[in-house]
Design a binder for this molecule. Structure first.
Ligand code: PEP
Length: 255
């Protein structure tokens, strides 16, 4: 009962990852279309958008329940890092969250856990809330090393991060084989790993921190599977790619 109360105390969080989609004008149009669909008093709604869309999207969602996040950031405050954006830039543009360690960044941009740990610490130091992604490949799942791998990612990425900082974060469990493939993890698989992540946080920090941190599932979440996934004790919402660009996202928010 006590655990159930604590689960209820964590607000669900539905975050859209727009990836490299939507020009600024398309982004504003999507925000207008989605406005009535994503209204919710009980679920936190976040649009994580391309850097160039942050300012117009912040403007477009003003006065609504929608928060804005970036999809990436660099580890330095400023300087000769052509093409990068800093935590201060993201904050000044009006965003509150930043996705760190998405598997597409890990794979296509060779971001390793040492680098991601620096990003997590920089984001937190500046007051941005990281949505930290972790997840195993199909090969790792078939080899039976899923939880070992996830624990390695969590421990590496959170090195030097305090319990209070972790409480403000969102962790997204995203099995790589389920991202953009239409192949969702089963509810049992998703819950098992999200619970494993919470246990890992409890080991590194303490029970209170583990109970406070919000852990999402991501990987082909859609209007049809969100309710069952989000009903699990350790799944506090979803990180949603493809379906976040459609009216479906409203159904996911109001699962
Ligand atoms: C993602 O990009 O984080 C994601 C989960 O994508 P999709 O929902 O399209 O699988």
């Amino acid at each position: 009962m006590e655990m159930e109360d604590k689960h209820m105390a964590r607000r669900k969080v539905a975050a859209g990852n727009w990836k490299m989609n939507k020009t600024p004008s398309e982004a504003v149009k999507l925000c207008e279309e989605m406005k009535p669909l994503v209204e919710s008093d009980s679920v936190d709604v976040i649009y994580c958008v391309p850097a160039i869309d942050i300012v117009p999207v912040v403007q477009a969602v003003k006065g609504t329940n929608v928060k804005v996040g970036a999809e990436n950031m660099y580890i330095e405050d400023n300087g000769a890092f052509t093409g990068e954006i800093s935590a201060d830039m993201i904050l000044d543009a009006g965003a509150e969250y930043v996705i760190i360690g998405h598997s597409e960044r890990r794979e296509y941009f060779s971001e390793d856990d040492d680098f991601l740990n620096k990003k997590v610490k920089k984001a937190l130091e500046k007051g941005l809330k990281p949505i930290l992604c972790c997840g195993e490949s199909l090969e790792q799942r078939e080899m039976g090393v899923t939880m070992d791998w996830i624990r390695f990612q969590i421990k590496s990425d959170l090195t030097g991060v305090t319990a209070d900082q972790v409480k403000s974060m969102v962790i997204a469990y995203e099995p790589i084989w389920a991202i953009g493939t239409g192949k969702t993890a089963t509810t049992e698989q998703a819950e098992e790993v999200c619970k494993g992540i919470r246990d890992c946080i409890c080991e590194i920090y303490d029970q209170a921190t583990a109970e406070a941190v919000r852990i999402q599932y991501g990987g082909s979440v859609n209007a049809g599977n969100a309710a069952e996934l989000f009903a699990q004790g350790d799944i506090d919402g979803g990180l949603v790619g493809g379906a976040s660009l459609k009216a479906d996202f409203g159904k996911i928010v109001n699962y």
